[in-house]
Design a protein around this ligand. Sequence first.
Ligand code: PEP
Ligand code: MG
Length: 521
Amino acid sequence: MAEPLKLKAKSASPGIASGPAFLAEEPKAASAPGTGGGYGALEKAIDISIGELERLADGADAESRDIIDFQIEVLRDPTIAEATGARMKADENVVFAWVATLDAYIGELEAADEEQMRARAIDILDIKNRVLGALAGTPVADFPPGSVFVGKDMEPSRFLAHDWSKGGGIALFAGSAAGHVALLARAKSVPMVVGTGRFSAADGDSVAVDGDGGAVILEAGGMLIPPLAPAGDIKTESGELRTADGVPILLSININDPAEIDALDPATTGVGLMRSEFSVTSIADAANEERQLAIYRRVLEQAGERPVIIRMLDIGGDKPLAGLEDLPALEPGLRGIRLLLARPEIARVQARALLRAAVFGKLSVMLPMVTFPDEIDRMRELFREEAEKLGRRSLLHRMPPIGMMVEVPSAALMLDTFGSAAFFSFGTNDLTQYLTASVRDGNEADAGKAAPAVLRLIEQAVELAGGKPVSICGDMAGDPRYLPGLLAAGLRHFSVAPARRRAIRSAIVGLNADGTRAAGE
Ligand code: PEP
Ligand code: MG
């Protein structure tokens, strides 16, 4: 059996603890929608948060009460309310005004010279997320008693809400021995180490925290996160699948829920489309960088070496988002990238979450409903700006390749002008709708009649792609009736719903790469 791995760390609270790992960035339950009501909604969420903190303070020891009082004081601080109010007057939605105000505060603390001050940043992050949780209706998630909390940092309220009587410990990749959680851990005799650096462990893996010697010990299987190969090449040898005449074909899956990543078996190339809008169900979720990061990280870690394409929020139009209607100056009809560029505060949060998630796997980012090349350039610039901010905050991140959905007919016709897209993926659901003046999920017979026009457009567009990676993730990819036409159009990478994989695999092996039926079929 392999030797356990011992990582050096800094002791923050003495004692030895062991137990199953709890990975902090597990996604929380889907949020309840609705953050309308402007400043009133924020005031209510702050009141709820203060109430929660007061309940936590009941029966708490003196140290805990001090920390809770500090958080309540910040929540009652009129300068924070004023700064949030000023941002709202400048046309920001209440949730984003709150996030921007608190982020500015966190940024100041993180840049402080004194460690004591820097260690306060996690308290403000804690407050920010508690209020976001109250706005969205999601409480701060607890973790199983007796487990070892593993994460970048820990919010004091998580510590306070947790039952430590069953044992357990804390191992933080970053963190501070001068922070509130360390202080609480010492007061409650919870072994804790900080500054372990990133390591990978699965939920439930056995982990020991040595708060005396300053170490974390991982059972065999845990490892330091190795540097990844440069991202960008979305080809992989896994999922070896060939047409009857021997041409390799890639078969990926589309996922709408992070849990569907479980369907990624070794014979599948990767995730060809993750529709992120299904994990972000309210404006408060859209403003919650940590929550999004947790979701993307989980998917990437589970995919391991296999590529994952996460599509930025395709919201607006026929994909509503609760609370979107409350955003000021939002024109009707804005959808996908146009909406993201019109409300960059939404895009910036998601860009930061994606940049940070990119270090955990082989991520590519895909932009929805792209119509004009400058939309990609503007989004790239936004990613660059956010990457710079993360760099200033010393947060690990990596710039992922940025590609686009080809689902607007005018973009398909002009694909050679999208020089800054790293890759293309055909979205035949919208492509068919907009090409044929039909409705999505319309009549089957009409979709069949429309197919030749859609296939011709795809064939021309594949030519115009100029050798860049091209795939298809619309529903046509999962329908064996269209496979001959799609192969003939030059497509070699298909991303389908997990349930469609089997049918597509068996159809592919019976066809030649030009779409003709193989001899004997
Ligand atoms: C498409 O339009 O084909 C597509 C994959 O995107 P969605 O179905 O999410 O609109
Ligand atoms: Mg679409």
